[in-house]
Design a binder for this molecule. Structure first.
Ligand code: HEM
Length: 424
């Protein structure tokens, strides 16, 4: 309106000319408005799609959580500040060492793939004296973050003794690590129990190696109930962190023929890697970012690096060459939202692997040891039952049902999704 009014205010002799000019301006403005409307329609559609994906991820997570007796805000009655205490612990360690996010994310993966998400990776000794998971070939001198989980546990025990499991602390710490480095914050259903078995041989059998082919990786994930899409999405965890020269130096020298490097490496990346890991230098050697140029940011650049010949591990590179997985790699490299949302969905799935029950699990008082000799099996069972009972009552379940449930049934499932509120 204003522009039309302005047009009619031009002096008379120039009226015709300015009318044409204004008409042209008006048409241009109308075209601009139409383009603006188009953009808004596009953004609305994207938001709708994202909302739909979120709803699907949530629905899937809720249904899995229901099936396994986990629930959002499991500690809201028994230890209301649990998630806050863990988040504060992660944040304070992250402020002095921002590499811990990578360590904690990997810790969750290595926990869940061996004996399920049950904190068994944290144990210092096994009941039968055999080598424990953390001492296995795959984990030793490699997996890290134990002291941060211990710190969170100490803070939790001071606030609500014997309530929060170490397995839940790992799952929440991994979630917080993703969020603090720029990934999405997602709700983690809790109520996991800590396992009583830790065997190094299980870790070496169940954890994938960097030398695996695409077929081996798919089989390995499939054994844990995860699909090909989960494999590609979770491998995106390599957007954070580093690997030692020893893990990938075979790609730099004598790979296909004597002296020849892996032909899939870009020449500029090869030069960089050779300078960090010179031939014949003692191994394991220094470390190199898994996601060149973006090791501290949770983003999709890992996939861009794969597509551009800058992938570090052989087990990553094979994913962009395999006929079944290469389209997923390309698609996550092109669409960051698709990766970020998908990653969260796959993390939720991974976080439900092999959960323990009150028959074969407990809430450990210290994360690195089974509950002490003073705590008999019955006491451990009782302490779990007592916690569960008070938790159920605090959440509005009548005392009779709470007693029935804590004696044998699984905890009731509600979707209060308290923890979905953004905390970072
Ligand atoms: C798909 C099969 C996988 C293989 C073969 C693999 C292998 C490896 C290897 C060899 C390292 C370097 C270890 C070292 O130098 O000591 C590493 C690091 C890492 N991995 Fe994986 N990984 C896989 C999947 C995953 C998944 C699913 C996640 C998480 C969702 C993950 C997260 C990480 C992180 C964050 C690091 C860096 C750790 C740090 O800096 O301390 N990995 N991985």
């Amino acid at each position: 309106m204003l522009s039309v009014f302005q047009c009619y205010r031009f002096p008379k002799p120039r009226f015709q000319f300015h009318l044409q000019l204004c008409g042209e301006r008006e048409r241009e403005r109308e075209r601009e408005r139409e383009r603006e409307r188009e953009r808004e329609r596009g953004e609305m559609n994207t938001r709708r799609v994202l909302r739909l994906i979120f709803a699907l991820v949530l629905a899937e997570a809720i249904s899995i959580a229901q099936a396994d007796g986990l629930r959002y805000g499991f500690y809201s009655g028994s230890c209301p500040n649990a998630e806050r205490i863990i988040a504060d612990t992660i944040r304070s360690h992250f402020q002095s060492d921002n590499t811990i996010a990578a360590g904690l994310l990997r810790l969750h993966f290595h926990d869940c793939f061996v004996q399920g998400c049950d904190g068994s990776i944290l144990l210092d000794s096994s009941t039968d004296g055999s080598v424990v998971e953390k001492e296995s070939t795959r984990n030793k001198n490699s997996v890290r973050g134990f002291e941060i989980i211990d710190d969170a546990k100490t803070r939790l025990e001071a606030s609500c003794p014997g309530v929060v499991s170490c397995a839940d602390i790992i799952a929440l710490a991994a979630r917080d690590s993703v969020a603090i480095t720029g990934g999405l914050f997602y709700g983690v259903p809790t109520g996991r129990l800590d396992g009583k078995i830790s065997r190094g041989s299980d870790a070496d059998a169940d954890l994938p190696a960097a030398s695996f082919t695409a077929a081996q990786l798919k089989k390995n994930f499939n054994k844990k109930g995860l699909g090909v899409d989960d494999l590609i999405l979770l491998s995106g965890g390599h957007t954070l962190g580093r690997a030692k020269c020893a893990i990938f130096s075979d790609r730099l020298y004598n790979f296909s023929s004597p002296g020849a490097p892996d032909p899939s490496l870009s020449s500029s990346y090869l030069t960089i890697l050779k300078s960090i890991c010179p031939q014949g230098a003692p191994l394991p050697g220094p470390t190199v970012a898994l996601d060149k140029g973006s090791e501290f940011k949770f983003d999709n650049s890992y996939y861009n690096n794969l597509v551009n010949g800058n992938g570090l591990l052989k087990s990553d590179v094979v994913l962009k060459d395999d006929s079944e997985t290469k389209s997923l790699v390309t698609s996550f490299s092109a669409n960051s939202d698709k990766f970020l949302w998908g990653f969260v969905g796959s993390m939720m799935k991974m976080g439900q692997i092999g959960l323990k029950t009150s028959q074969n699990g407990e809430v450990r008082l210290k994360c690195n040891v089974f509950n002490g000799p003073g705590t008999t099996t019955a006491n451990k069972q009782n302490s779990y039952q007592t916690n569960l009972f008070s938790h159920l009552v605090a959440n509005g379940i009548n005392q009779q049902s709470a007693a029935n449930l804590s004696e044998g049934g699984t905890p009731s499932v509600q979707d209060d999704n308290e923890s979905c509120k953004k905390q970072f």
